[in-house]
Design a binder for this molecule. Structure first.
Ligand SMILES: Nc1nc2c(c(=O)[nH]1)N[C@H]1C(S)=C(S)[C@@H](COP(=O)(O)OP(=O)(O)OC[C@H]3O[C@@H](n4cnc5c(=O)[nH]c(N)nc54)[C@H](O)[C@@H]3O)O[C@H]1N2
Ligand SMILES: Nc1nc2c(c(=O)[nH]1)N[C@H]1C(S)=C(S)[C@@H](COP(=O)(O)OP(=O)(O)OC[C@H]3O[C@@H](n4cnc5c(=O)[nH]c(N)nc54)[C@H](O)[C@@H]3O)O[C@H]1N2
Ligand code: SF4
Ligand SMILES: [Mo]
Length: 752
C-alpha cells in the first residue's frame, strides 16, 4: 500500500536566510519542498537551492558509511574500525609531535548547525590543540578583527536597521543572489523595493552592475580592491561637511583625532584616481547620508576579500559611529540573541584567544588561524608541524587560496579525515570520509548569528526536529566527535565529567532508539538545555510554533555605554593595531596607480551555487552551466580581439587556468569575473565530476606575505591577471590548470 503523504515544517540551513519550509513527505522520502507562506519572518520565500536540497541530499554519491582509502581505492569500514584507527593515529601524532600537530578546518556547513561547531571545538579542546582554521579567513575575518579592536568582541556586529533606514550604502554585496550576510533578511528583492518605495536612498558600490542594483537604488562602479580609499575619502568628506555628532563621540568613543588626521590625507579627488568614483558623486553620497534621519553603510565579501578588508571595515564602522548612526533607529543596531553573548564569551575567553601562528606570526581571529598559512604549517618541518587535519563541513581544496599548493600539502598529511555528506574534492584525497547527517536529518535551532547575536532584521526563534531519518550508518557530528574523543583517549571540551556525562546520555538515548538506528546523542535534549539555560522555554514547546516565534524587536540606544566590552567601555575609533597598518596606504595607492592598465579579477555567485557543493545535481549544471566562464566587458574583448565562448588563459602570479569567455557589459571595463566553487573533475562526485569548470582559487596566493596582516584574510577578489587566447601546453580537456600527472584518480568500491 502506498504510504500517505504528510507535511512537515522545518527551516533551511544552507544560507543565512534560514527560510521557513514546508516539506511534503511520504515515509522517509521528501517529495517536494515549498516555502512556508505562514512563517513569521521568511513569509513564503525560498530559493532554488533550498527548495531542491533533497535532490542534493538524495544523490547516489551521498555518503552512507565510513570509508577508508587504500591507495586509490576507497572501501567501506565499520565505525568502530574507523574510530579506532583515527584515535590511534591521533594518539601517536600527539605523542610524537604534540597536540598542535592536529589541525581542524571548520567549513560553512558546520556554521549553520548549533551543535556541530560546538562539538568540533570541543574535540580540539579535548586534544589540547590550538591549530584551528575556519572559513572566516576566506569570508569575513576582517569584520571579526575590526570588531574585536573597536568594540572588544569579534561578534559585536552592528547591522543596518533595514526597516527604518533612510539611506543605505551597500559596498561589495549582492543580496539578491547571495541574500544578506551578517544579517538575516529573507527575500532581499522585496525588501529593497519596499525600502526604495518609502523613499530610502540606496547606493551599491560594486565593480559589476549586479542583480541587486537592477532591483533598486543607484549603482556606482568602483575599481576592485580600492574600497579602503573610497571609505577614507568618504570620511574626509563627512568631516568636511561637518557630519560628526560631537556629543555622541565625546560620550561613547575615543580616538577621533587620530582618525581625523588619517582622513585628512584622502580627499575625494585623490581617491578618485584609483577608485574611479567621481569626487562629485562621492560628495553627493555623503550629503545624502548626512541628510537622512537614520543612515547606514554596509559591506560584505567584495570588501572583505579585497586585501584591505579590515581597514575598510574599520573606517566604515567609524563613519557609522561618528555620524551618530550607530545604535540609532534607521542606522545600525547591535542586537541581543538569547543571552548577552559578547559579555558571556569575553568573560570566559571564548572567541578572543590571542594565540600566534607558527608561520607568519598571525594572531588568531575568532579563535582561528588564517587558512592561507595552512599549507605552510603542513609543509614546514619543526615542532608543531601539522600532520593531521579534520575537515568538518568544508571543502578547503576548492575554497581556500592557492589550491594547487594546498593539494600538495594535503598529500603529505599522515591523517586527513573529512566529516561530510558528500565525497567532495577535499574528502576524495583524504584517508577517511565520515558520513554525516544532512540538515534535514538533524534537529536544530537557528545558528549562532541569530541565536546568540540576534542578527535578524525581524527577530524570531524557531526549532526544528529531524524530518528525514538517517540512511545506512550516517551519524550526527556531535556524536562522531564524542566517539572520536573516546577512541583517542581524550575528553570532549577537555573535561572528563563532560565526556562521561555525554557518553552516558548517548547510551541512554540509544537504548530508546530502534535496534537498526545508529548510536546518537540526544540532540534535542542538548538543544533544549541551551534554551532552558537562556530562559527560552523548552525545545518541545518551541517546536509547537511551527512557523517560528517572534521575539522582541531590536532597540536603539541599547549598545553604547552599555554593551561595549572594551576595557574602558568606549568604542575605540583608532585601535593601535589598525592605525599601524595605515602606514602602508601610500604604497598601496602607488601600486594601484601603477597597475591601472591591468585586469582585476573578481568573484561572481549564482543562485544555484553554494560555494563548492551544489554542482552535483544535473539540473544545476545543465546546458551552458556545465562550466564556469570568465566574464568580460565587450569593450575589453574587442580590444583583445576575443570572441564569445572562446577559450582563454587567465594568468595570475600563481598559475594559469583555461576556460571559455563570455561577454558581460554589466562589468566595469578592466574588471573580469570568474565564479568560484568549480574544479570538480577529480572528485568522486558523479555529476559534478563531469563538469568542466576551473577552480579560480588556483589563481590566488597563499603564504604569510599574501594575507591581510590584521585579520589573516585571503586576497580572493581584485586579483591582478593577464588574459590571452588559449595557447600552449595546458590541456584543453582538463581546463583545470592542474598538470595531468598531479591529478590522482580515485575509485570507490561498489559495496558501500
Ligand atoms: N575565489 C573565491 N573563493 C571563495 C569565495 C569567493 O567568493 N571567491 N567565497 C568564500 C566564502 S564566503 C566561504 S564561506 C568559503 C566556503 O568554504 P568551505 O566551507 O570550505 O566550502 P563549502 O563549499 O561551503 O563546503 C561545504 C562542505 O560541507 C559539506 N556539507 C554540506 N552540508 C553538510 C552537513 O550538514 N554536515 C557536514 N558535515 N557537511 C556538510 C558539503 O558537502 C561541502 O563539502 O569559500 C570562500 N572561497
Ligand atoms: N547563491 C549563492 N548564495 C550564497 C553563496 C553562494 O555561493 N551562492 N554563498 C554564501 C556565503 S558563504 C556568503 S559569505 C554570502 C556572501 O554574500 P555577499 O557578500 O553578498 O557575496 P557576493 O554575492 O559574492 O557579493 C559580493 C559583491 O562584491 C562585488 N565585488 C567584488 N570585488 C569587489 C571589490 O573589490 N570592491 C567592491 N566594492 N565590490 C566588489 C562583487 O561584484 C559582488 O557583487 O553569500 C551566501 N549566499
Ligand atoms: S535563500 Fe535559499 S539556500 Fe538560503 S535559506 Fe532560503 S531557501 Fe535556503
Ligand atoms: Mo561565506
Amino acid at each position: 500500500m502506498p504510504e500517505q503523504t504528510r507535511t512537515e515544517h522545518t527551516f533551511c540551513r544552507i544560507c543565512e536566510s534560514l527560510c521557513g519550509l514546508e516539506v511534503e513527505m511520504s515515509g522517509n522520502k521528501v517529495l517536494k519542498i515549498r516555502p512556508d507562506n505562514n512563517h513569521v519572518a521568511t513569509r513564503g520565500f525560498g530559493c532554488p537551492k533550498g527548495l531542491k536540497q533533497h535532490h542534493l541530499f538524495n544523490s547516489p554519491d551521498r555518503l552512507k558509511y565510513p570509508m577508508q582509502r587504500e591507495g586509490t581505492t576507497w572501501k567501506r569500514v565499520s565505525w568502530d574500525d574507523a574510530n579506532q584507527q583515527i584515535g590511534a593515529k591521533v594518539k601517536q601524532i600527539i605523542e610524537e609531535n604534540g597536540p598542535d600537530s592536529i589541525a581542524m578546518y571548520v567549513g560553512t556547513a558546520a556554521g549553520f548547525s548549533v551543535l556541530h561547531p560546538a562539538f568540533a571545538q570541543g574535540f580540539m579542546d579535548a586534544i589540547g590543540s590550538k591549530s584551528m582554521y575556519a572559513t572566516a579567513s576566506q569570508d569575513c575575518g576582517n569584520k571579526f578583527s575590526a570588531a574585536y579592536h573597536m568594540y572588544g568582541f569579534p561578534f559585536t556586529q552592528p547591522f543596518p536597521d533595514l526597516f527604518k533606514t533612510n539611506c543605505m550604502i551597500v559596498v561589495g554585496a549582492n543580496p539578491v543572489i547571495s541574500k544578506w550576510s551578517f544579517l538575516q533578511v529573507p527575500n532581499p528583492s522585496k525588501h529593497l523595493k519596499e525600502m526604495e518605495a518609502r523613499g530610502c536612498k540606496i547606493y551599491f558600490i560594486d565593480p559589476r552592475k549586479t542583480e541587486s542594483t537592477k532591483i533598486a537604488g543607484e549603482h556606482v562602479f568602483i575599481r576592485p580592491g580600492t574600497d579602503i580609499f573610497f571609505y577614507l575619502a568618504f570620511l574626509n568628506e563627512l568631516i568636511a561637511q561637518q557630519g560628526i555628532n560631537e556629543e555622541r563621540v565625546a560620550q561613547h568613543m575615543k580616538g577621533l583625532d587620530t582618525l581625523k588626521e588619517l582622513a585628512s590625507h584622502w580627499t575625494p579627488e585623490k581617491a578618485e584616481t584609483v577608485t574611479h568614483i567621481p569626487a562629485k558623486i562621492l560628495r553627493e553620497m555623503v550629503a545624502n547620508y548626512l541628510k537622512a534621519n537614520g543612515a547606514c553603510m554596509y559591506s560584505s565579501t567584495g570588501v572583505n576579500m579585497g586585501a584591505n578588508g579590515t581597514l575598510a571595515f574599520w573606517i566604515q564602522e567609524c563613519i557609522n559611529a561618528i555620524s551618530g548612526n550607530l545604535d540609532k533607529s534607521g542606522g545600525t543596531l547591535v542586537s541581543k540573541g538569547v543571552i548577552d553573548f559578547p559579555k558571556f564569551a569575553s568573560k570566559n575567553g571564548i572567541l578572543t584567544k590571542q594565540d600566534k601562528s607558527r608561520i607568519g606570526n598571525f594572531t588568531k581571529v575568532n579563535d582561528a588561524f588564517p587558512g592561507g598559512v595552512l599549507a605552510d604549517e603542513i609543509l614546514s618541518p619543526g615542532k608543531k608541524q601539522i600532520r593531521a587535519l579534520f575537515v568538518t563541513g568544508g571543502n578547503p581544496l576548492i575554497t581556500m587560496p592557492n589550491s594547487n599548493r594546498l593539494r600538495e600539502a594535503f598529500g603529505k598529511l599522515d591523517l586527513l579525515v573529512s566529516l561530510d555528506i558528500l565525497p567532495g574534492e577535499t574528502a576524495s584525497i583524504g584517508h577517511f570520509m565520515l558520513p554525516c547527517t544532512s540538515p534535514l536529518q538533524r534537529p536544530d535551532l537557528p545558528f549562532i548569528f541569530p541565536l546568540m547575536l540576534g542578527l535578524q532584521a525581524k527577530p524570531y526563534l524557531q526549532a526544528t526536529k529531524r524530518i528525514v531519518e538517517p540512511e545506512g550508518e550516517q551519524r550526527d557530528e556531535a556524536t562522531i566527535y564524542l566517539d572520536l574523543a573516546k577512541a583517542a583517549g581524550v575528553s570532549l571540551f577537555g573535561s572528563k565529567i563532560a565526556q562521561r556525562l555525554l557518553e552516558w546520555a548517548k547510551r541512554r538515548h540509544t537504548k530508546k532508539l530502534p535496534a537498526s538506528a545508529q548510536p546518537a546523542l540526544p540532540q534535542e535534549s542538548i538543544l533544549s538545555l541551551l534554551l532552558r539555560i537562556t530562559r527560552q522555554g523548552s525545545f518541545k514547546k518551541l517546536l509547537t510554533k511551527k512557523h517560528g516565534a517572534i521575539q522582541e524587536a531590536h532597540k536603539e540606544n541599547s549598545f553604547l555605554g552599555q554593551r561595549v566590552y572594551t576595557a574602558d567601555g568606549l568604542v575605540n575609533l583608532a585601535p593601535e593595531k589598525l592605525v599601524e597598518q595605515t602606514k602602508l596606504l601610500e604604497l598601496l595607492y602607488q601600486k594601484e596607480l601603477d597597475t591601472q592598465s591591468r585586469f582585476k579579477l573578481i568573484t561572481k555567485r549564482a543562485v544555484t551555487t553554494h560555494n563548492s557543493w551544489t554542482h552535483n545535481f544535473e539540473e544545476f549544471v545543465a546546458n551552458e552551466r556545465y562550466t564556469n566562464y570568465l566574464y568580460m566587458h565587450t569593450q575589453d574583448m574587442e580590444r583583445l580581439g576575443l570572441e564569445n565562448k572562446q577559450l582563454v588563459d587567465v594568468t595570475s602570479a600563481t598559475a594559469t587556468v583555461r576556460l571559455p569567455i563570455k561577454f558581460l557589459d554589466d562589468l566595469m571595463p578592466g574588471t573580469v569575473a570568474l565564479p568560484h566553487g568549480w574544479g570538480h573533475q577529480h572528485s568522486l562526485l558523479s555529476v559534478a565530476g563531469k563538469t568542466k569548470g576551473v577552480n579560480v582559487n588556483i589563481l590566488s596566493a597563499d603564504g604569510p606575505e599574501n594575507l591581510e596582516r590584521a585579520s589573516g584574510m585571503a586576497h580572493l577578489t581584485g586579483i591582478l591577471v593577464d588574459i590571452a587566447p588559449a595557447a600552449g601546453p595546458l590541456s584543453p580537456d582538463s581546463w583545470s590548470g592542474l598538470p595531468q600527472d598531479k591529478l590522482p584518480s580515485f575509485t570507490i568500491l561498489e559495496d558501500r
